[in-house]
Design a protein around this ligand. Sequence first.
Ligand code: G3I
Length: 445
Amino acid sequence: MLLATAVTGVVFAASVAVIGTADAASTLGASAAQTGRYFGAAIAAGKLGDATYTGILNREFNAVTPENEMKWDATEPSQGRFTYTNGDRILNQGISMGAKIRGHALLWHQQQPSWAQGLSGSALRSAALNHVTQVATHYRGKIYAWDVVNEAFADGGSGARRDSNLQRTGNDWIEAAFRAARAADPGAKLCYNDYNTDGVNAKSTGVYNMVKDFKSRGVPIDCVGFQSHLGTSIPGDYQSNLQRFADLGVEVQITELDVAQGGNQATIYAAVTRACMAVSRCGGITVWGIRDSDSWRTGENPLLFDASGNKKAAYTSVLNALNAGGPTNPTTPPPTTPVTSPPTSNPPSGACAASVSLNSWSGGYVATVRVTAGSAGVNGWTVSLPLPSGSALTSTWNATNTGTTGTVTFHNVSYNGQIAAGGYTEFGFQGTGAGPTATPGCAAG
Ligand code: G3I
């Protein structure tokens, strides 16, 4: 009995040491990292020369989000001409800090370049998917999570999609964007991101139903972002709302947190932090700016540092909540790309098999092709695929193509020719007209 008590005492002391004040981290990022989470900030390329700003950034945060620099108007100011200068500055700042980089945002009804605002129908659909493909390919392998689609649901009680030029290209525009993003950067987590979804309400339930539908049909989605631009209160069901999404099998992330300064600011910040810490699939928190003077909410002083860079009471409440611990964020398995048509039977030794999943709309489609190696693996592959009459290929990613109509052949590029036995890689292409229905041929070499 005495021994059992002594042993229990030791175990208790050891477990306290893990989360107790003795091991309390003194910065937001380090503290979040103790439970496998990140604590990030939205940052602006134009402020990276401000020593106070970068001093806080380098000291406190282990994730960054570009506030504006990776949006459509910034990255493709005229159609087909891509500019990554400022996005790359954010990327390189994040890399220099060893931080996670959240990409924000591939498609959104706001901050579209004027040329895209003037498009509609399949011209807009093609342009939007090409944008997703090009930007996600440019940042391939560097982005922790992409906000693939931002703010596509309406406010109010309908729980429906918001009207927008993108929505008018067909209800499947969101899933088409997610498939194109997965094909372009298979390593990035793909998120849907929205505001006013911070409690259980009609809008968040609309998003919930979409995510549930995507998961059931194999549309590649890995995470949901809750912006959490909060006023002077927090929904009482904030945590249970996060949990219901987590229970669908997606990571949840607080993506744009800021809270109006009032009597409750520190309390609300702490409540948000505790909620994330209590949900094992909550991957991390991002605040939407560093100092109050950096915020888009002019005059509301909604951030963790004052205009001079001093820590506010809200900072301390967040740090304490992070240091109090919570279940560890499980390492989410690498994303998998689902196929809507089952792969063909196992290929023979040394050879390969290919299968196509299609996302079609009136006048066009995006195809994702999975190439699976046989029991000997392959070192190089060629896929041939007949396109229906009237169909023409307009762009290809993660492969090179020969021909654009009739039977088109696709060859691996330098980084995806080698496939281990039983493994697979994927490439994609976009086309006009009807998508292919034939089974593709696959040859090794
Ligand atoms: O850079 C130009 C500057 O050259 C010009 O002189 C000035 C004149 O208006 O505009 C500057 O661009 C502004 C840009 O922020 C950079 O400061 C844009 O006008 C302004 O519209 C833009 O606002 C951004 C806003 O998104 C656009 O809708 C905010 O910085 C940014 O914080 C905000 O972030 C959004 C998230 O992306 C999505 N969720 C909501 C969140 C808050 O609105």
